[in-house]
Design a protein around this ligand. Structure first.
Ligand code: HAM
Length: 419
């Protein structure tokens, strides 16, 4: 038996209803907020991700699926979509002066992580990006979109964590102070954090290792290092969230795993997910588009939600969605009736009724068993009596009752019962 690759998952027919529901909800709410869909390639040149996400991040360092194609080009399966969006906006000249762009996307992503509950190597994200505004109102608009989606999906319990990591200049000052403090306490840190201290010290603040907690709790707080503009932006954002009744929890240690962020960063957490407690996250990235060749800094903010993690949360709330069943099974007791059966199935489908029939030349009894297995609403019988009298018998598969009606009336009955 050839099995699937570790960290990938088959999405089976019984799981489709929940995916369908989520996809419909994402589309509906995006439209409500005036966001337009963008669809981008699954793979990009490696350089799209390398510098933008950051050479010292886990994603670039350890998790990218990178390979040389037959032309010798370094290609990477997209590990996220914000960098691809930035590339596409510049390449297709979509940025307009004094006007905001609102985009959303949905699709598979690839990260070579250690698989566990809620962590896969191929997973799906919905994301939204609001490009062209540096105003705190844009931060709130993007958070409101995320919150509305979460509400419409029916996620009952979650926490919105909020922080500001300021402009890159204020972050440099903070980084200096943090490194100096962490160096003094490095012997108390976990092995992984000691390693990070050399490459990406801010990420230590995100550590899930209890050994690091004491040192982190007493480390310098970023707010003391924010410049005036960054502080003002953050304060106004918080005020606007309060005015809009969006509860949030400030967390000065929230730094996120990607290097392109500036100012506001946020995450959505749900306790059920355990170690992988974050089912969505995002933030501002005012300096990213310039990296892709924009003539000046173009401010932007966005977020992404992990679909597999959302499904885990919905399942933990015992949300069950039933599949949309096939409505009708046409059954027959004599193979010479098969042309009639095909004709009837065609007619019913033309009228919008989903219809199947036996393809195994089974006996009538087995056909009805198959109809039961397929959870159809009605079995329509084309047997000797029916053919003789140009009628149809309709068996209600839920309650077992059966009626016989002249052909045209039977069709009408099926149409009425299925609307
Ligand atoms: P991220 O925090 O790396 O952000 O990913 C966002 C979400 O994707 C996570 O909260 C999680 O739900 C899901 N996710 C990430 N990795 C995995 C995995 N291995 N398995 C399952 N789910 C996963 C970004 O990707 C940014 N591009 C978000 C953004 C958009 N920031 C600004 N605009």
């Amino acid at each position: 038996m050839i099995t699937s690759v570790r960290g990938t998952k088959d999405i089976l027919p019984e799981e489709i209803p929940i995916w369908d529901f989520i996809e419909r909800t994402l589309k509906k709410v995006s439209k409500l907020f005036g966001f337009q869909e963008i669809r981008l390639p699954i793979f990009e040149r490696t350089e799209v991700f390398q510098r933008s996400i950051g050479e010292n991040t886990d994603v670039v360092n350890k998790e990218m699926y990178t390979f040389l194609d037959r032309g010798g080009n370094s290609i990477t399966l997209r590990p996220e979509l914000t960098a691809s969006v930035a590339r596409a906006l510049i390449q297709n000249n979509l940025i307009l002066e004094n006007s905001a762009l609102r985009l959303w996307y949905y699709g598979p992503l690839f990260r070579y992580e250690r698989p566990q509950k809620g962590r896969l190597r191929q997973f799906h994200q919905y994301g939204a990006e609001l490009i062209g505004s540096s105003q705190p109102e844009a931060d709130v608009e993007i958070i409101l979109l995320a919150v509305e989606i979460i509400k419409e999906l029916g996620i009952k319990e979650y926490t919105l964590l909020l922080n500001s990591i300021g402009s890159s200049r204020s972050r440099q000052n903070y980084r200096k102070a943090l490194v100096s403090y962490l160096n003094q306490h490095s012997s108390k840190l976990s092995k992984e954090s000691q390693e990070r201290l050399k490459r990406n010290p801010l990420r230590i603040l995100d550590s899930k290792d209890p050994q690091d907690f004491d040192v982190i709790q007493n480390s310098p707080i970023i707010y003391e290092y924010l410049d005036k503009e960054s502080t003002e932006h953050y304060e106004t954002t918080k005020d606007l969230l309060k005015t809009n009744n969006i509860p949030f929890k400030e967390n000065p240690f929230l730094v996120r795993g990607l290097d392109y962020y500036t100012h506001t960063v946020f995450e959505f957490q749900n306790n059920y997910l355990g170690a992988q407690d974050s089912f969505g996250g995002g933030g501002r990235y005012n300096e990213l588009l310039a990296q892709f060749g924009a003539r000046k800094n173009i401010p932007a903010i966005g977020f992404a939600l992990g679909i597999e993690r959302i499904i885990l949360i919905l399942e933990s709330q015992s949300i069950k969605l039933s599949p949309e069943n096939t409505k009708i099974f046409v059954a027959y007791n004599n193979q010479t009736y098969i042309p009639k059966v095909i004709e009837l199935a065609h007619k019913l489908r033309q009228l919008g009724l989903s219809t199947i029939f036996d393809l195994q030349k089974n006996s009538l009894k087995s056909q009805l068993k198959e109809a039961n297995k397929n959870l159809v609403d009605f079995a329509v019988l084309v047997c000797d009596e029916e053919v003789k009298s140009n009628s149809l018998s309709i068996k209600n598969m839920k309650d077992g009752s059966q009626i016989n009606l002249p052909f045209d009336q039977a069709i009408e009955f099926l149409l009425k019962s299925s609307s």
